[in-house]
Design a protein around this ligand. Structure first.
Ligand code: BES
Ligand code: MN
Ligand code: MN
Length: 459
């Protein structure tokens, strides 16, 4: 592996410059005004795969944003790794909170600042550069298939269709994804689980039109006040979710499993200081790490209605809205939870308002075993480059397509993320460490190396 490390050292500057090229393309999937940029980004990803030594690469159109597929096959007797990532990014808003423009990447204090730097361009591109390094140094022990999509941040609807229609083409032994975080740069870790998601929008209607809050106020229900009451009733005093049946399918961890997870270093004081909060809040009986990984949640993501412009307007609004997301854990099912929410919300609506619940996209939770050859290979690879074995942790975010890979392709996923929770993904000033980027490029070839050996040994 030394010649590989020398190669990486020699090409480090170019590797970051190439990533900058991708980061300059505003591939925001949620907003139709960026449609052409998203397409341009897909083309750039395809070109980068060909340049890195892929045998072929293509931009596959879908009903939404395109999927980029590429492969480098070295032999039918070799194991096959399916690398998944996403080239789409979250909207950059609020723009005014960025210290430098979101699509003009800069390096400051060892970090690359740009929308998508950590989520996920900087992370999937590590695999493209690792491919280049392995091809150039004649050190590619596995077949590699790349599937990089453009709709992860909006629910991967068309990828689900693509996967179902291309089962043969996507045949592999494992899925490898770099789109998660580690504990710290000197504390490597591997996520062995992700949460699922159920997302709804609610609309509460009171009177049939906006009213003067002096003429009618006090006599007619205000839908914003009612929405607040409804939302606060969704948690009890132990911060448990009150929707009947919500916890029925939740897999409780054994004491041994909880103890193992608690091994991961966590400093509650530092956590609070970092977030600028005086105290944490969450479900009674669970630690902060558990609350944000192995337990389900319900959060309001946005709430609006009435007058929010300059100055004051005395109005009793006709309507109030909220976007509400629930993070799910095994074995809660997204559709079932959405239905439970809908039924509950309609049931608790008082007679002085009408409510409507509109479901958005969702996804299932996923867990990965730690006793598979792929996990062992990932662990060994990190041990090689970090000097210590990674700690298995459960992640709190969601990558819904992971459950689909298991269901449709029968494949388990390794969440080989090199980011940090502090990377400000989805936030202003998103950044990714040059250290993390280069560490990923150095570690990925070692994964392929160990995976090929372990799979060979088994055959
Ligand atoms: N890369 C994230 C998911 C993630 C982040 C997992 C941090 C673990 C740690 C992904 O791009 C993402 O943002 N997913 C969305 C879900 C999707 C359906 C919009 C999420 O988790 O909100
Ligand atoms: Mn991501
Ligand atoms: Mn994301």
């Amino acid at each position: 592996m030394e010649h590989l490390d020398t190669y990486l050292e020699q090409h480090k500057e170019r590797f970051t410059e190439e990533l900058f090229e991708l980061l300059r393309i505003p591939s925001v999937s949620a907003d139709p005004k960026y449609r052409d940029d998203v397409k341009r980004c897909a083309e750039a990803v395809k070109e980068s795969l060909l340049k890195a030594g892929a045998d072929n690469a293509e931009v596959c159109p879908t009903a939404g944003h395109p999927i980029v597929y590429g492969e480098k096959l070295v032999g039918p007797d070799k194991p096959t790794v399916l690398v998944y990532g996403h080239y789409d990014v979250q909207p950059p808003d609020p723009m005014e909170l960025w210290d430098s423009p979101p699509f003009e990447p800069v390096i400051k204090n060892g970090n690359i600042y740009a929308r998508g730097s950590a989520d996920d361009k900087g992370q999937f591109y590590m695999h493209v550069k690792a491919l280049e390094a392995m091809v150039k140094n004649d050190a590619l022990p596995c077949n590699i298939k790349f599937m990089i999509e453009g709709e992860e941040e909006v629910g991967s609807k068309n990828l689900a269709i693509y996967v179902r229609e291309n089962r043969e083409k996507l045949k592999a032994d494992v899925v490898l994804i770099s789109d998660t975080a580690m504990i710290a740069n000197d504390v490597p870790s591997i996520n062995t689980g992700l949460r699922g998601l159920s997302y709804v929008e609610v609309e509460v209607t009171g009177p049939n039109r906006d009213l003067h809050s002096g003429v009618y106020g006090g006599a007619v229900a205000n839908p914003i006040n009612v929405l607040c009451d409804l939302i606060s009733s969704l948690h009890d005093e132990d911060r448990r979710i009150t929707i009947p049946g919500f916890y029925d399918a939740v897999v409780e961890l054994s004491e041994a499993e909880r103890k193992a997870l608690a091994e991961a270093p966590f400093d509650l004081e530092e956590y609070k200081r970092d977030l600028g909060i005086g105290e944490v809040l969450g479900e009674k009986g669970y630690s902060s790490e558990e609350r944000s990984s192995i337990r389900p949640t319900l959060d309001v993501n946005g709430i609006w209605g009435g007058y929010i412009g300059e100055g004051a307007k005395t109005v009793l609004p006709s309507k109030a809205y909220a976007k509400i997301s629930m993070r799910l854990v095994p074995d809660q099912k997204s559709d079932a939870i959405t239905k439970l929410f809908q039924e509950h919300f309609e049931r608790i609506a008082p007679p002085y308002v009408k409510v409507e619940v509109r479901p958005h996209h969702g996804g299932e939770a996923a867990v990965t075993p730690t006793d598979s050859p792929a996990y062992q290979a990932a662990s060994k690879a990190m041990e090689d480059t970090f000097g210590k074995a990674p700690i298995p942790t459960r992640g709190g975010g969601s990558i819904p397509i992971v459950a689909l890979f298991e269901q449709e392709l029968g494949l388990k996923t390794i969440l080989f993320g090199f980011g940090l929770d502090s990377n400000a993904i989805h936030s202003p000033n998103e950044h990714y460490g040059v250290f993390n980027y280069m560490k990923g490029i150095a570690t990925i070839p070692r994964f392929h190396h160990h995976f090929a050996s372990l799979m060979n040994g088994r055959a």
